[in-house]
Design a protein around this ligand. Structure first.
Ligand SMILES: Nc1ncnc2c1ncn2[C@@H]1O[C@H](COP(=O)(O)OP(=O)(O)OP(=O)(O)O)[C@@H](O)[C@H]1O
Ligand SMILES: O=c1ccn([C@@H]2O[C@H](COP(=O)(O)O)[C@@H](O)[C@H]2O)c(=O)[nH]1
Length: 273
């Protein structure tokens, strides 16, 4: 008998049986664990997949934000513009007709129209702007530009205008923007919300895209803009609805008919009727 076998007792059949059963059991349970793990990762991938665009955007945005030093927002005890200023937020999905109606409101009621999108596009084009590339990427991806940039642009435009009554078109697009603007810049009087089905908005944007030259008036960007609108901007409308500050207008008829409805809300606001 070899040296190493000395003192080693051959296991009985019973013990061998237990060892074999234990081995089978261990293999089975470890396989189950592996399956569980891979199932979890499939689930994780699934949920990751459903939020894929958002996660991808978040990472993309983070990288872009890190590459650019963002401006800081003022911190004030009270809003920069007081109660003698009137701000009406003009909200609605992409292509609902906010710009079209804003122009008509300006002509009839003499507000100063500030489109957040226009201000961002102008900043993107401005020579020497630190944020041109960042703004362009966000716009093309249908994402919301970091609010520090947009709020500073709005604040500057309000100061420069010398006006006291503003239509702020296409802003706020997310709750944080709404809260920051109301706290630091100016309280809003009410929200004019242009309601329009997505199919109609898509048709309008695609038509506009033939001549607009906008980097985001194409099918892919439009899809992303709608997604952002649903996920981030609709909650803003809901928040203001809870505050009883939303005046809703359907955008489905022609621009003049839509304006007849729009007008009523301003008349009501000023006359209290
Ligand atoms: N009531 C309407 N009926 C049909 N077409 C309209 C109507 N209102 C606006 N349009 C057209 O739809 C397109 C989008 O309108 P507009 O630019 O006013 O929308 P918007 O909400 O400001 O868009 P965005 O969100 O891209 O800034 C334009 O080409 C405009 O001429
Ligand atoms: O407050 C805002 C307003 C706009 N954006 C970005 O600009 C585009 C275009 O906006 P329009 O209102 O359609 O002109 C929008 O999709 C956003 O990417 C923003 O980030 N913040």
């Amino acid at each position: 008998m070899p040296e190493w076998e000395k003192g080693w007792k051959r296991p009985s059949v019973k013990v061998l049986g237990v060892i074999i059963l234990y081995n089978i059991y261990s293999k089975l349970t470890s396989k189950k664990d592996e399956e569980k793990e891979s199932k979890n990762s499939i689930n994780a991938n699934d949920s990751h997949h459903s939020n894929e665009t958002i996660d991808h955007h978040a990472h993309h945005s983070e990288a872009l934000q890190q590459a650019h030093e963002l401006p800081t927002l003022a911190t004030r005890d009270k809003p920069l513009f007081g109660d003698d200023y009137t701000v009406v937020f003009v909200l609605g999905g992409p292509g609902a007709g906010k710009g079209t109606q804003s122009e008509k409101i300006v002509n009839e009621f003499g507000f100063t129209h500030l489109s957040a999108g226009d201000l961002l596009r102008a900043e993107r084009q401005r020579e020497g702007s630190k944020y041109g590339e960042l703004i362009n990427t966000y716009i093309k991806e249908g994402q919301i530009v970091p609010m520090q940039i947009t709020i500073n642009l709005l604040e500057d435009a309000m100061k420069r205008s010398g006006s006291k009554r503003f239509l702020i078109d296409g802003f706020p697009r997310e709750i944080e923007q709404a809260n920051a603007f109301e706290k630091q810049v100016c309280k809003s009087a009410f929200v004019l919300y242009f309601d329009c089905p997505e199919e109609e908005m898509a048709a309008r944007l695609l038509k506009r895209g033939i001549t607009s030259g906008r980097v985001d008036d194409n099918a892919e960007s439009i899809r992303k803009r709608f997604e952002t609108f649903r996920k981030q901007s609709i909650p803003v409308v809901t928040k203001y609805e809870q505050d009883n500050k939303v005046r809703k207008v359907s955008c489905l008829s022609d621009p003049s008919t839509v304006f007849e409805d729009t007008k009523k809300h301003f008349i009501q606001y000023y006359t209290g009727n």
